[in-house]
Each structure stands twice: as structure tokens, then as C-alpha cells.
Ligand binder design. Structure first.
Ligand code: 5GP
Length: 219
């Protein structure tokens, strides 16, 4: 991809650029997983950062696709070896973003989508303000959030009550994000998130190919 950008600088929409770290956070049930999936399906240039977690897979979840599922010892080992960009305790389990080759891929123009909570978002942002774009998705109401969590039918009543409690605390961090989108209609919400992604890609400092392009233009 980066080579295509380099080889055809005359096409202004294909200039070489730095990738971005596109963070989507929300209380669970606000639609973040659906929006993430729509974004990944609609756009070849963004790839999911697959997190590592100590929680058990839910039905239908695939190791290496939805998460890397590990036990507590393996997670400890990764922490000790400094394998994480960030990690946090969420709902009594641990979740972390493995470093992998994100940094070098960003330089090549690869975008990453992060489905992480507010704690992870803060850590990522502290490490890398320039590349991080923070988007928070809000449910239209807490009643609607409860309805969606119940309709999902994957969790027990206790777990749902815990998630509602957690939702209130997650929502209280809305002001640590660059963009906030209310998800009262999934297609409209997706369209907005998609617009944010496209606009952020056009930021001058991300378009590293602009300098040679403009130099050429002015010759
Ligand atoms: P779930 O168990 O429902 O898949 O995820 C629970 C919460 O953990 C969600 O809010 C999700 O965004 C968050 N989460 C998933 N992966 C990570 C991660 O790598 N780091 C952090 N900080 N949070 C994560």
C-alpha cells in the first residue's frame, strides 16, 4: 500500500500517509461491536487490533480473530516482557493491546481499529497523541442500553446488572474523547464514524506525502 502511494504521488487521494490508531469505546451494548464490524467490512485500509484477554470465549468467538484468549500466567508473562501497549482490568478480567508490529505498520500507512475501554484509551493517548483518534459511542438512553443487553441473551441477569453499573462509570469518561456519537440508529451512527475516519485521514500532518507532492507542484 505504501508503495502505491509513493509510486503515484500525482493522485492527491493516494499520497503516502501515516496510519492512525482509531479508538472506539462505549459501554457494552451501545453498539460498538456492530459499528466496528461495519467499519472493517467497509474499509480495506483499517485493520482490527486483536486484544489479548484472560476472559473465556463467548459462543461464536474465535481465538485470534475476536481476541487472543490466554490464561492468567500467560498474561503475566506478557506484562513482564513488556508486550503490551496498554492493558487494564475490565469486568474482573484483564485485557491488553499487544504491541505486535503496530508501530512499523502505522509508518507504512496501515490504520488500526481499537475496541478498548477508557483506561486503555488514556494509556494509548499518553503514549502516542499524534496517531490516536478517540471516538466514544453513547446509547440513546440507559433504558435502551438495558433492553439491548437483555436482548443479546448471552449474559446472566447478574452479569447484565454488572454491565449496567459499569456502563454508568464508562459513560462518565465521555469527555476524554475527541468525538462522541449517539447511537440511536446503527446505520446513521456508522455513517458518522466513517466520516470521522475519512476526515482524520486527511489531516495535514498525517499526509506525509504532501511535502514532496507540493514541492513537485511548485517546481
Ligand atoms: P468484552 O468482554 O465485552 O469483549 O469487552 C469488555 C470491555 O473490554 C469492552 O469495553 C472492551 O472495549 C474492553 N477491551 C477489549 N479489549 C481491550 C484491550 O485490549 N484493552 C482495554 N483497555 N480494554 C479492552
Amino acid at each position: 500500500m505504501a508503495d502505491t502511494h509513493k509510486s503515484d504521488p500525482a493522485k492527491s487521494d493516494q499520497l503516502q500517509r501515516r496510519g492512525l490508531m482509531f479508538v472506539l469505546s462505549s459501554p457494552s451494548g451501545a453498539g460498538k461491536t456492530t459499528i466496528s464490524r461495519m467499519l472493517l467490512e467497509a474499509d480495506d485500509e483499517i485493520k482490527l487490533s486483536v486484544s489479548v484477554t484472560t476472559r473465556r470465549p463467548r459462543p461464536g468467538e474465535i481465538d485470534g480473530v475476536h481476541y487472543h484468549f490466554v490464561d492468567a500466567d500467560e498474561f503475566d508473562r506478557m506484562v513482564d516482557e513488556d508486550d503490551f501497549y496498554e492493558w487494564a482490568h475490565v469486568f474482573g478480567h484483564r485485557y491488553g493491546t499487544p504491541k505486535g508490529r503496530i508501530r512499523s505498520a502505522l509508518k507504512e500507512g496501515q490504520d488500526f481499529l481499537f475496541d478498548i475501554d477508557w483506561q486503555g484509551t488514556q494509556q494509548l493517548y499518553q503514549k502516542d497523541q499524534q496517531d490516536v483518534v478517540r471516538v466514544f459511542i453513547l446509547p440513546p438512553s440507559l433504558e435502551e442500553l438495558h433492553r439491548r443487553l437483555t436482548a443479546r441473551a448471552t449474559d446472566s441477569v447478574d452479569v447484565i446488572a454488572g454491565r449496567m453499573e459499569r456502563a454508568r462509570s464508562e459513560i462518565s469518561h465521555w469527555d476524554g474523547y475527541d468525538y462522541v456519537v449517539i447511537n440511536d440508529d446503527v446505520d446513521a451512527c456508522f455513517a458518522k464514524v466513517n466520516e470521522i475516519l475519512h476526515a482524520e485521514r486527511m489531516k495535514r500532518q498525517r499526509q506525509t506525502g504532501l511535502i514532496p507532492f507540493v514541492r513537485e507542484l511548485m517546481r
